[in-house]
Design a protein around this ligand. Structure first.
Ligand code: CA
Length: 229
């Protein structure tokens, strides 16, 4: 679960922010003064920091400067004064975003999510998650090239896997056999559109409960196939 640190001395605002972020699935800690906030920000690992500017103890300027010197954690700075926001932008302290109080909690949640997504894209490549397509009981791990139907793994040939994944990745799109053949088989491949029919049949035998009434890959008579969602 992603952890957020709120450094905010106004208890009511901190609680409101905390409630909304927790409802959105985040784990939230609140520091009510600058010193505690700075210590937590430097010594603990958070996924994002929401930092008020005017704080007792150490102010937001200083916290932002010190945390940024040590960590790349996204920082959203908030202030009641628009002038202060303009000033901190100008200082280039390294905050990722600025919000003027009062703001709606839903806007805060939206910005938090956007910054986390951006940060994860920047640093997440080392632990990149597998790309998974899940449609009803069918699960395709396109990175590991594995397929499960209702929790049971099924073995697929390379082309069967490619064809199934292509269709599932473009749900409700009707493809002709010609289109599928040129998409999945390269130009040098020996075969024709009958190859597509054969592969669809084999895929259905593995994923469909009743191949005469397919729930996933539907035949569009006279046209081709589509993956139903
Ligand atoms: Ca304050």
């Amino acid at each position: 679960m992603s952890r957020i640190l709120i450094i905010e001395d106004e208890g009511a605002i901190a609680e409101l922010e905390k409630d909304y972020l927790e409802l959105s699935g985040f784990e939230v800690e609140v520091a009510n003064d600058g010193e505690i906030g700075l210590k937590k920000g430097l010594t603990e690992d958070y996924d994002l920091v929401i930092l008020d500017l005017m704080l007792p103890g150490v102010d937001g300027f200083e916290i932002c400067r010190q945390v940024r010197a040590e960590k790349n954690t996204p920082i959203i700075m908030v202030s009641a004064k628009k002038d202060d926001i303009d000033k901190i932008r100008g200082l280039g302290l390294g905050a990722d975003d600025y919000m003027t109080k009062p703001f709606s909690p839903s806007e805060l949640v939206a910005r938090v999510k956007a910054h986390m997504a951006r940060y994860e894209r920047l640093v997440g490549s080392a632990v990149e998650e597998n790309k998974v397509i899940e449609i009803r009981g069918l699960k395709i791990d396109t990175t590991a090239r594995r397929v499960w139907i209702n929790g049971q793994e099924k073995a697929f040939t390379t082309k069967e896997f490619d064809l199934l994944t292509f269709l599932a990745a473009h749900p409700n799109h009707v493809y002709t056999k010609d289109e599928l053949f040129s998409e999945i088989w390269d130009m040098e491949s020996i075969g024709d559109i009958a190859t597509v029919t054969v592969h669809i049949k084999k895929i259905r035998e593995k994923i469909e409960f009743d191949t005469s009434k397919p729930q996933y890959i539907e035949t569009i008579w006279g046209v081709g196939y589509r993956f139903k969602v």
